[in-house]
Design a binder for this molecule. Structure first.
Ligand SMILES: [Zn+2]
Length: 247
């Protein structure tokens, strides 16, 4: 009996799993440390739901070395987590980003009318089945309107002119400026806070004068757009979230 109790105690004292938390991209994430006698080196993976991290480590490895390993893997973790983030649909009752704030989508029934926003809700007239298409068209139209207006105002302020402006859905860039003076932007910028959309417009319009990212280019951007730094950081941290929206 005594031996059995001692055995149980030892079992209890030998921690196979330890739970910690780490900060990834400003968000607290659960980290499970799993000690495995057969494990020769540290192996990191995401939990099956993609929301947590599991680190399998040799039994004798120290916790400090495990945390250092996690620290050095943070870029990989952040990238893998956002790639695994669930897809968001423009559908009735979904929470969607618009101008940096989450709104609930609500199909109001009825047959006509325009999409309106009230109290963190995006109200879409018509049946729920028509919400995805209507909302997508509306988002793109809003993006085009805002980007056109802001691009014109930066072009005027910088004394520059652009030829035409188009919206695209590229995964690798938020905007571009051709040598011929055509601007193009991702419609997804309308999901981001307004200062981010504003900055991307300032950035692309500045390329009409400076087709590079040299000091002259940044002087021009920073002279006209005060939130450039903050907006760049926002895109680095949250840009991938904007690509979770499936249309
Ligand atoms: Zn650029």
């Amino acid at each position: 009996m005594i031996n059995l109790l001692r055995g149980l105690q030892i079992l209890r004292q030998a921690p196979k799993l330890e739970v910690r938390s780490v900060t990834i991209n400003g968000t607290e994430v659960v980290l499970t440390l799993r000690r495995n006698i057969r494990c020769k080196r540290m192996i990191i993976r995401l939990t099956s739901d993609g929301a947590g991290i599991v680190l399998t480590m040799p039994t004798r490895a120290s916790e400090a070395s495990a945390l250092r390993f996690v620290e050095s893997s943070k870029d990989w973790i952040a990238k893998t987590m956002s790639a695994r983030a669930p897809v968001v649909k423009f559908a009735d009752n979904q929470m969607v980003l618009f101008q940096g704030r989450l709104h609930r989508v609500r199909a109001s029934g009825g047959s006509r009318g325009t999409i309106t926003i009230a109290d963190q809700e995006i109200i879409v007239p018509g049946q729920a089945a028509h919400v995805p298409r209507r909302l997508k068209d509306w988002m793109k139209a809003r993006a085009k309107r805002e980007l056109t207006e802001i691009s014109h105002s930066y072009a005027a302020a910088m004394g520059l002119k652009f030829r035409k402006l188009t919206l695209r859905d590229q995964t690798t860039r938020w905007g571009s400026c051709s040598a011929a003076g055509d601007l193009s932007y991702s419609w997804r910028l309308i999901l981001a806070p307004s200062h981010v959309l504003d900055y991307v417009a300032a950035h692309e319009v500045a390329h009409l004068k400076e087709m590079n990212h040299g000091p002259g280019f940044w002087r021009l951007v920073l002279a006209h757009c005060k939130t450039a730094k903050e907006s760049r950081n926002w895109l680095r941290e949250h840009g991938r979230e904007l690509h979770r929206y499936q249309i």
